[in-house]
Design a binder for this molecule. Structure first.
Ligand code: THU
Length: 135
């Protein structure tokens, strides 16, 4: 946790926030993450005239993760339109859990938190394999 460059993550999240497409909510969001191989990835929210189809910034970030060859998320930061730290929504916590290293740390307005703290008792890929092995 000590060798993570949180300033760089925040700068990347802020830069992504400025690229958001949020004409409906006017609530731009930028997210950035450090990947296990050292990559720094980011994403912005992408809204849609069919409101329910809105993609959160985390969705775009995960697109970049997978497109860049995958890997595990080690550290994550997210900012609002004022550049202030933002917590990921519930759905996005689930998305981050799926691709997070077990030790994924998020910078929240309340300080650094692990993914386990942000999404206790998470449902995940392990549950599916449990079912398969019981069948
Ligand atoms: N939003 C995100 O991009 N990520 C979150 O974790 C919270 C919400 C976006 C979705 C929508 O475009 C705007 O914020 C307002 O809800």
């Amino acid at each position: 946790m000590t060798n993570i460059d949180w300033d760089a993550l925040h700068a990347a999240a802020k830069a992504a926030m400025h690229l958001a497409y949020a004409p409906y909510s006017k609530y731009p969001v930028g997210a950035a993450a450090l990947v296990s191989d050292g990559r720094l990835i980011s994403g912005s929210n992408i809204e849609n005239a069919s409101y329910g189809l809105t993609l959160c910034a985390e969705c775009a970030l995960l697109g970049e993760l997978i497109r860049g060859g995958g890997g595990r998320l080690v550290a994550f930061a997210c900012v609002d339109g004022a550049g202030q730290k933002l917590v990921p929504c519930g759905r996005c916590r689930q998305l981050l859990f799926e691709h997070g290293a077990g030790t994924l740390v998020l910078d929240t307005p309340d300080g650094l938190r692990t993914i386990e703290e942000m999404l206790p008792q998470a449902f995940g890929p392990g549950h599916l394999t449990e079912i398969e092995s019981k069948a």
